[in-house]
Design a protein around this ligand. Structure first.
Ligand SMILES: C[S@@+](CC[C@H](N)C(=O)[O-])C[C@H]1O[C@@H](n2cnc3c(N)ncnc32)[C@H](O)[C@@H]1O
Length: 270
């Protein structure tokens, strides 16, 4: 029952979906403060077997698949020396990766869960990195204040994709880059494309990366299953497995049967 609920959440009415996700991420961050849980995405694996990232610290190596999804999104935004914003930064691992490996002048992570923001600020203290609380649909920033915006597996939670994209357009400097990755129901892709077409941003690159995400999920499932059996009470385990998209879950199967797709797009503000 709860499990079915999770797999349907992305199809809920926008306002309800927003409230449910906020409640969920607040609760997760409050209940689970473990520092070795720094990412909440499905990961990315190159199909040719060669990782674009050669060297990671031992601690970061554990999170290679999650980091590869960030690397995939962030390298298109050319963060070197730039002022970069991540919207939906969660527990902070992705903004930390960009700040400490990809040399931005300044990295800001924004998330509407203040519990997640508190955790991220406890976990990471790089000089060029900060996390703040705020809403993707009404961002607490001046217009034209960032060179690049990245958004990783967060936008499916938003009430209005139009508001989010319009905010991205507002906070980006002219010429700035927006790099976006997320999952969608196959039936929702057409409406999403219309939002992007009307955004005023120019498409630079687009890719379907479902196979890369599935390959990463295959590699991460064992670790996720261990964590779920260690930390999650029995009655909610099946819902959590869906949320985590472990092998055989509804979300994983959605990717294999084509009902869900994982998309990657890069835009530039004219
Ligand atoms: C699946 S998690 C991904 C987190 C992170 N990007 C990662 O890959 O580890 C989605 C994140 O989006 C955040 N989020 C959802 N709706 C938001 C909104 N309207 N504004 C800002 N953050 C939001 C959630 O709090 C959560 O941290």
């Amino acid at each position: 029952m709860i499990s079915k609920l999770f797999s349907k959440i992305i199809h809920l009415s926008p306002g309800f979906r927003r409230v449910i996700w906020k409640w969920w991420y607040q609760k997760l961050a409050k209940k689970h403060g473990e520092k070795n849980w720094r990412f909440m995405n499905y990961g990315y694996a190159p199909l040719n077997g060669y990782s674009p990232i050669e060297l990671l610290s031992d601690e970061d190596e554990e999170d290679r698949y999650f980091i590869q999804l960030y690397h995939h999104a962030a390298q298109s935004a050319k963060p070197d020396g730039k002022k970069v914003l991540e919207v939906g930064s969660g527990r902070g691992g992705g903004s930390y990766y960009v700040a400490s490996y990809l040399n931005p002048a300044q990295m800001t992570g924004l998330d509407y869960s203040d519990n997640a923001v508190d955790l991220a600020n406890q976990f990471f203290n790089e000089n060029n990195l900060k996390y703040i609380q705020g809403d993707a649909e009404s961002m607490p920033f001046e217009s034209e204040s960032f060179d690049a915006v990245i958004n990783v597996e967060s936008s499916h939670c938003y009430g209005s994709m139009e508001s989010f994209v319009s905010e991205v357009n507002r906070v980006l400097k002219p010429g700035g880059i927006f790099s976006w990755v997320d999952l969608r129901g196959a039936d929702d892709v057409e409406a999403l494309e219309t939002v992007f077409e009307n955004s005023g941003l120019t498409v630079v690159k687009e890719e379907v990366i479902t196979e890369n995400v599935l390959k990463a999920l295959d590699g991460i499932t064992e670790r996720k299953e261990k964590a779920i059996s260690q930390f999650v009470p029995g009655f909610i385990r099946s819902a959590f497995s869906d949320f985590a998209a472990v092998k055989g879950s509804r979300v994983y199967n959605g990717f294999t049967n084509g009902r869900l797709v994982y998309l990657s797009k890069v835009f530039q503000k004219p």
